[in-house]
Design a protein around this ligand. Sequence first.
Ligand code: PEP
Ligand code: MG
Length: 326
Amino acid sequence: RQELYRSLRDRPAVTKDGQHIDLHMNAGLAVDLPQLAESGAEGIGLFRTELQFMVAATFPRAEEQERLYRQVIDIAENKPVTFRTLDIGGDKVLPYFAASQTEENPALGWRAIRLTLDKPGLFRTQMRALLKAAGGRELRVMLPMVTDVSEIRAARAMIDREVRHLSRFAHLLPTRLKLGAMLEVPALLWQLPELMREVDFLSVGSNDLFQFIMAADRSNSLVSDRFDPLSAPFLRVLRQIVEAANAAGKSLTLCGELAGRPLSAMALVGIGFRAISMAPAAIGPVKAMLLDLDATALNEKLTHALDSTGRQDIHALLRDFARAHN
Ligand code: PEP
Ligand code: MG
C-alpha cells in the first residue's frame, strides 16, 4: 500500500469523471514541513499557529513567530499556505496563560478569535510576524471560531492597521493578502450571504462544527462517537455550505478530521467539495480512492438520499457505491 501511495504522489487527484480535487495537508510545526513534499499535498490548507505556542514555555517572541512563518513559506515555495491565527482556549490550553476565571464550558468559552480580539496585542504581534514573513509573496490568513461576521470586520481593521504600520516603515509587504474564515460555529450558517461578502475563502472546521451541531463534546468519549458525521443531518449542513460558496464564487475547503478518512472524503466530494485538507499520511489513501471515483454518479445517489425523508444509511450507500463501481 505504501508503495502504491508513493507512486501516486505526483499525480493530481482527478476523479474518473474528470473532477480535480485539491488535496492539502494540515500542519503546525517545523517538523511537519518535510511532509509537504513527501505527501504530494498541493499546499498547506491549515497551518495551526497555536502549536508553536503550545509547545513553548512562554509566549513565543515576535521574531520567533516570524522565523517559523518564513520557514513555512520558504519551504512551501509556490504551494499555497493558509495560516490560521491563534486558536487557543477550549481544548488548547497554554500552561503559561489562563483566563481570569475558570470556565465551566471551555469549548463554548473564551477561545480563538474571541480571545485574540480581546487581547489585541497578541493578534497584532502575530499579524505583524505573518505580514513580514510573507513580504513579496502571497499571504493567506484564516480566522478560527468566527461566530458573527462583525468579528471578521474587527480582525480586518486590525490587520489593515498593521499593514499601514509596516508600510510606513517601508517594510516589504505581501503581494496579496487573502483573508478567510473557518466555518465551525453554527450561527454562521444563518449569515452566509454576509459571510460570503466578507471573506476571500472559507474552510469548514468539521471537528468543531460537528461538536456544536450535535451538542456533543468532541473530546468526551462518552458522547464523541455517539453521532455520525456521515448522517443526513450533518451532510445536509455541509451541502448547504457548498451551495452557498459556489453561488458566491468563493473558494471552499474542509479541514477537519473527516477529510482524512477515505469513506468520509468520498462523501465530501460526493456532496460537492473540491478541496479538502488533512493529515499528510491520509493523502495517499484518499487520493487512491478518488482516482477510482465517479463523483457525478455519487452526487446523484447522495442528492437523492439527502433529499428523501426517513432514515438513510449513508455508510451503506457509500460502501455499496464503492463496491458497485469497482
Ligand atoms: C476543526 O475544528 O475541524 C479544525 C480543523 O480545527 P481544530 O481541530 O484545530 O479545532
Ligand atoms: Mg476547530
